[in-house]
Design a protein around this ligand. Structure first.
Ligand code: ADP
Ligand code: GLC
Length: 482
């Protein structure tokens, strides 16, 4: 073991390879694995949802119990899965024996606060059970935001955690784990902490707010978003509390797992390709067009979008923009799931433009890789975007991102302007409305048809660009050692 190696306990409600709904899962796998590669000892915990491969239950679990508050005792089974240098523990309880992860398809589970408070404290208890004395406990998002609180209040006098520091990474500040104050007692939060600068938020309990207060360090997943979080208009109601953290709140841009997202080795693709020879990309395009029922035409620009369908992602103004844009010789393909109203509107758009527009309502990892490879452009019109991963994947696949200038999108994509085509990697627009979005789509279209040399230059710039986890982990390591 390296002399500077740290013991890191990493908690996430999603980890790719076990369970994924969005980018948190990508980070939940890549970050602990990279930290382990750098020589740290990493234990990562996630809930054992019923959607996770149940065959992991064949191993012998660690069985223990603990008190979440003064009187409620919980019994836990934790199953170990060793992968790529990380010890992953699946925390099992009937809380997670449900079809959905966070909701039943329509509504968030009413007891989510309790489910994830349980998961958070159970993970700390597990570390004691396995005698893994962590230097750092790394929590992610509201689901594990109670970890810093438990460490500072429940385990204040516990020698096992005496040298343990906490870090809370905010992947999405809009989700805060806000709920009725009746959850205070079940989750072990004494009323004395239910005050405006800790957990209280207009009479509700706000888990993320308490996490920000208690964590030794807080970071978000890009500098741009970290700055937006400090500002009233974009701080999701918590700007004051982020600003108050001062130097203990920073931004670290996510990396990309190039073992998974690399067109030269991607097994989901019909043909591989890379910078030197992108003919494989044309094959991927023809294959996708044919699979999606679009006319197989090489010389028409294909715009793709893969996304959770929520207000955050901008489909409410993208859809009207597309209704105009689709009158051009273009093709657009969307893969997404979520808001039923947006799904309906996207289905309707397909009825209006059956030869030009395809919508796949669902979740498919293989298709997401195929779309990244097949597209000429990737549309990412987010209202806000803490980091965003698809624009980073897109660059690696030679698919030009068209982004709204916000948060991580602004930080990672160099938008084309008058004379920066030597370095530009995509296109951008500023305001969240259909006109600005349509304007960017039209500029992209013009680039494709009228300026093919510039288009190819941007494609090459993107193919060369790297956002490595190694670089991001160096920043995390620096934060840990502070
Ligand atoms: P967010 O985490 O806000 O959803 P990111 O861009 O950080 O946004 O990450 C989204 C991740 O989820 C990417 O890996 C993307 O490919 C994946 N994803 C989103 N929706 C789907 C879907 N319908 N099918 C397959 N993958 C999806
Ligand atoms: C969140 C954000 C996204 C980010 C991801 C991983 O889901 O919405 O922007 O890339 O987390 O950090």
């Amino acid at each position: 073991m390296d002399s500077k190696a740290l013991n890191i306990l990493f908690l996430s409600s999603e980890i790719e390879g076990f369970i994924k709904t969005g980018g948190l899962a990508d980070v939940g796998r890549a970050l602990p694995e990279e930290l382990a590669k750098l020589g740290n000892n990493v234990v990562a915990c996630l809930p054992f949802y019923s959607k996770v491969d149940q065959s992991y239950k064949q191993s012998t679990p660690i069985v223990f119990d603990f008190l979440l508050n003064h009187c409620d005792r919980y019994f836990v089974k934790a199953y170990l899965v060793e992968k790529n240098g990380v010890s992953f523990y699946l925390i099992q309880h009937e809380f997670f024996d449900r079809e959905g992860i966070y909701d039943d398809g329509y509504k968030a589970f009413e007891d989510n606060i309790l489910r994830f408070a349980f998961f958070s404290k159970a993970s700390l208890e597990l570390s004691k059970q396995i005698n893994f004395q962590s230097d750092i406990v790394h929590a992610n998002d509201w689901q594990t935001a109670l970890v810093p609180f438990y460490l500072k209040e429940h385990y204040q006098f516990d020698a096992f955690f005496a040298h343990c520091k906490s870090i809370l990474t905010i992947h999405n500040g809009a989700y805060q784990g806000k709920s009725h104050a009746r959850w205070l007692h079940p989750t072990g939060i004494n009323p004395q902490y239910f005050v405006a600068n800790i957990f209280e938020d207009y009479d509700d309990l706000n888990m993320l707010k308490g996490g920000i207060y208690y964590a030794d360090k807080v970071n978000s997943v890009s500098n741009g978003y970290a700055q937006e979080l400090r500002e009233e208009q974009t701080g999701h109601g918590l700007a004051h509390y982020f600003a108050k953290k001062g130097d203990d709140f920073s931004g670290i841009t996510n990396g990309c797992d190039y073992g998974t997202w690399d067109p030269s080795i991607d097994k989901s693709l019909i043909a591989n390709y890379d910078l030197g020879n992108i003919t494989g990309k044309h094959k991927c395009k023809a294959h996708l067009q044919s699979n999606l029922g679009l006319p197989v035409i090489k010389k028409v620009p294909l715009f793709v979008n893969i996304s959770r369908l929520t207000d955050q992602k901008g489909h409410h103004f993208l859809i009207p923009a597309l209704r105009e844009f689709l009158n051009n010789p273009v093709q657009v393909a969307i893969l997404g799931s979520g808001d039923p109203k947006l799904c309906e509107q996207l289905d309707q758009l397909h009825i209006e433009f059956p030869e030009k527009f395809s919508f796949t309502n669902g979740y498919s990892e293989a298709l997401s890789h195929q779309m990244e490879a097949a597209g000429d452009f990737f549309i990412m019109p987010s209202v806000f975007e803490p980091c965003g991963l698809n624009q980073i994947y897109s660059m690696r696949y030679g698919t030009l991102p068209i982004v709204r200038s916000t948060g991580g999108l602004k930080d990672t994509v160099i938008a084309l302007d008058q004379d920066n085509d030597k370095i530009a990697t995509g296109l951008a627009f500023n305001r969240c409305n259909s006109d600005d979005c349509l304007d960017a789509l039209n500029r992209a279209n013009q680039l494709y048809y009228d300026f093919p040399v510039v288009f190819k230059r941007l494609q090459r710039n993107g193919l060369k660009k790297r956002f490595t986890w190694e670089a991001a982990c160096k920043e995390y390591n620096a934060l840990y050692t502070q």
